[in-house]
Ligand binder design. Structure first.
Ligand code: BGC
Length: 728
């Protein structure tokens, strides 16, 4: 007891000391920034507020301020782009580590890995001489069709918040600014440049903004990218409510707001609403940007005060100081090191989700297997470079077939055939186009080859799913079906061999209804980075025990998904109404009793866990209290493994409609067989609250709340009740 008190005092002293040091640093930065601004001409100031190449804004050489260099993207530093065109620069030293994409990272439910991930990204950005890395993307998955879901984390604000904070800390500790994107409500790619999102205040506060808020307040993110779309009538790059009122004033964001590339629409409106830097506008002459000559003229004509310009420059310079741009001790970073690829591997190992494993067909036993059929183009496709701006030119990416051949070809006969082929083209203007003639002879022949190989093999591993023609920036899928005739391929293979394992690649759910009952094992593999193939092989053969959990619901079909159910996707006449409100993802499936294919938070292991003994430090709760919830998790199987203990809260009766339950806490624990551990959570008032639009703040109402603990949103094992007795 005494020891705990001492620890708390020590912690308090440390916090005071750190705050003091921070305040001193901040003071000295302010003085230096003011000193620089006082020496700058208007032209020099304006030069800092818009792009001077595709990925930089100007510095002021005579004052020792370098150009500010930016780079995509969220899961690896993008290859070098020519300064003034979109062509690749063609360097031979711009290879980077391809980290698993953000959905995969979120599927680990492991914030420590998010921190390691961030460190690798930040370090590689430094090694490439970058100041700002354009990631993470944390828009909420509203529809399974969004082409950029793979770049985002989850349908749930708490999971996104918990993962994004350590990611940003990891990046920024490497002396690089993270750029949080896309602020905000950029949840579809279809008509992304035009669509106006009509959303109510409560939905925005409870679903779409919390991860941004945590990234700003806890993650201390240094830059934010405004989204392309409009929100409630105003472009995000000139949305005063989002940028000035919420981001800068309410959340206290001191950093820089950067426009998305070619996402600025005005000079005065944008400058007054809170945009600080204009990037990527479709103009060859940078002086024609809204924040270039036009902004200078507006200052000259007295339409905008110099203090507004100074405040933008101040934000940029302060951010530069914070990421040590002027400091000799700035991190030099490390590119494509062994450690960086190891981190990519560790993330992938915890990201893969085992969706189905009838009769424990997995893990495979190499000593019993004589022959394996490997079927599916995704066994050989490399995905790193795809997806749009987030593409990575990686030093290597191990495909599933390469990994299986490297590891097992001396022990097992491996026969590969594609079974299907990419017959689409992708184009930034028109999106995906299927050029194939359906039922062509060629398709039939590929299926026949697959059937033949499957027939001759003990086991069939099918690497299927999507690719970056479908999971791509600027386009959404048109349905949830597997492309290229894969449903038919699966059904034909199943006719000759029942020992089929399907490994799905992709960043969004696919419709499995045509074959799910007949396939004994399914694995969700995502786009799992440079080490993807090795990790899949390790999981399939049991060298790694899967521990990933779905970061979003897999509906049985598209129509079950809330926005589609109510016909509010993709909108009409460039307007989309988020009429499903707060009922996004599992909040909808749970509350309206719609059975998903696989629930949010779901994922199997090769071992089994038991959750037992829920204990509360008290059950009557006043508003300033905290309640401790303790549960025991035990590994009751025969292998070491990791389980994610998930805590959801349900408000039994409220003055507003509330979801059946909401994720409020989770912990991932590793346990040996027979080992058990007590996992503790603290419940506070915020976790019981909803956003009250009248009060313009969060409100917890008196009454009973249920605390549910389980290992997915639809598998609750323990429930307890607490009573909130006083709200003041
Ligand atoms: C994307 C951003 C990206 C930027 C620069 C835009 O099209 O929406 O996410 O950072 O391009 O490549």
């Amino acid at each position: 007891m005494k020891y705990i008190k001492f620890e708390k005092i020590l912690l308090a002293i440390m916090v005071i000391m750190i705050t003091k040091i921070d305040a001193q640093n901040e003071k000295s930065i302010t003085e230096k920034v003011n000193g620089l601004i006082s020496q700058m001409t208007l032209d020099e100031k304006i030069g800092m507020l818009h792009g001077n190449t595709k990925f930089s804004s100007a510095g002021v050489e005579r004052l020792g301020i370098p150009d500010w260099k930016m780079s995509d993207g969220p899961h690896g530093v993008r290859e070098e782009i020519n300064p003034h065109s979109w062509e690749a620069a063609g360097w031979d030293n711009d290879f980077s580590t391809y980290l698993p994409v953000s959905t995969a990272l979120a599927a680990t439910w492991n914030p420590e890995l998010a921190y390691e991930f961030g460190k690798v990204l930040g370090s590689e950005a430094r090694a490439r001489g970058k100041d700002v890395i354009l990631g993470p993307g944390i828009n909420i998955h509203r529809t399974p069709l969004c082409g950029r879901n793979f770049e985002y984390m989850s349908e749930d604000p708490h999971l996104s918040s918990t993962m994004v904070v350590p990611y940003i800390k990891g990046v920024q500790e490497q002396d690089v600014a993270s750029c949080l994107k896309h602020f905000s409500l950029n949840n579809q790619e279809y008509e992304r440049f035009d669509v106006d999102v009509k959303v109510d205040e409560r939905t925005m506060r409870e679903i779409y903004l919390p991860a941004f808020e945590s990234a700003v307040k806890e993650g201390k993110v240094l830059t934010v990218m405004s989204a392309y779309n409009k929100v409630n009538g105003y472009w995000c790059s000139e949305n005063k409510y989002l940028l000035n009122d919420i981001l800068k004033k309410e959340w206290g964001f001191k950093g820089v707001v950067i426009s998305d590339w070619n996402g600025t629409h005005s000079t005065l409106d944008a400058a007054n609403a809170g945009l600080d830097i204009e990037m990527g506008t479709d103009e060859d002459n940078y002086n024609n940007y809204y924040f270039a000559d036009k902004l200078k003229t507006a200052v000259g004509e007295g339409k905008i005060g110099i203090e507004r310009i100074d405040s933008k420059v101040r934000r940029i310079l302060t951010t530069m100081f914070k990421s040590k741009v002027f400091d000799k001790s700035r991190s030099k970073g490390e590119l494509i090191s062994k450690n960086n690829f190891e981190v990519a591997k560790r993330v992938a190992e915890e990201a893969v989700v085992l969706l189905k494993n009838s009769a424990n067909i997995l893990p495979l036993n190499k000593s019993e297997l004589k022959s394996i059929a490997v079927i599916g183009e995704n066994a050989i496709v490399k995905h790193a470079a795809g997806g749009g701006s987030s593409g990575v030119k990686t030093k290597y990416e191990i495909s599933p077939l390469e990994a299986l051949q490297n590891k097992f070809s001396d022990k097992v006969t491996i026969q590969f055939t594609e079974g299907y082929k990419t017959t689409t083209t992708f184009d930034w203007q028109d999106g995906v186009n299927d050029t194939s003639i359906s039922n062509s002879e060629y398709k039939k022949r590929m299926i026949n080859d697959a059937v033949e190989v499957a027939q001759k093999s003990d086991m069939v591993l099918m690497f299927l799913g999507l690719n970056h023609h479908y999971d791509n920036e600027s386009t959404d899928r048109s349905d949830m079906k597997l492309p290229y005739g894969q449903d038919k391929l699966i059904k034909e293979v199943l006719k000759v061999n029942k020992n089929v394992v399907i490994i799905l690649i992709g960043g969004s759910p696919v419709d499995m209804s045509e074959w799910i009952e007949d396939v004994p094992a399914i694995v969700q593999g995502w786009y799992a980075g440079s080490e993807a193939g090795n990790v899949f092989a390790d999981i399939l053969f049991g060298d790694v025990n899967p521990s990933g959990k779905l970061p979003f619901t897999f509906p049985k079909n598209l129509e079950d998904s809330p926005a589609h159910k109510i016909g509010e996707y993709p909108g009409k006449d460039f307007v989309v109404h988020y009429k499903e409100g707060i009922f996004v993802g599992y909040r909808y499936f749970d509350s309206f009793d719609v059975k998903p294919q696989f629930a949010f938070g779901y994922g199997l292991s090769y071992t089994e866990f038991e959750l037992k003994n829920i204990e509360l430090s008290k059950t009557r709760f006043t508003i300033s209290d905290e309640i401790e919830v303790a549960v025991t998790v035990k590994n009751i199987g025969r292998r070491k493994g990791k389980e994610v203990v998930q805590l959801y809260i349900q408000d039994e009766l409220a003055s507003v409609e509330r979801p059946h339950k909401e994720l409020k806490e989770f912990k991932k624990v590793e346990l040996n067989p027979n080992e058990e551990r007590v996992v503790k959570f603290n419940i506070n008032k915020k976790m019981l609250s909803f956003y009250d639009v009248e009060l313009k703040s969060w409100k917890a109402e008196e009454g009973t709340f249920k605390i549910h603990v389980g290992n997915s949103s639809d598998n609750i094992k323990l429930t307890a009740e607490i009573e909130l007795v006083a709200t003041k």
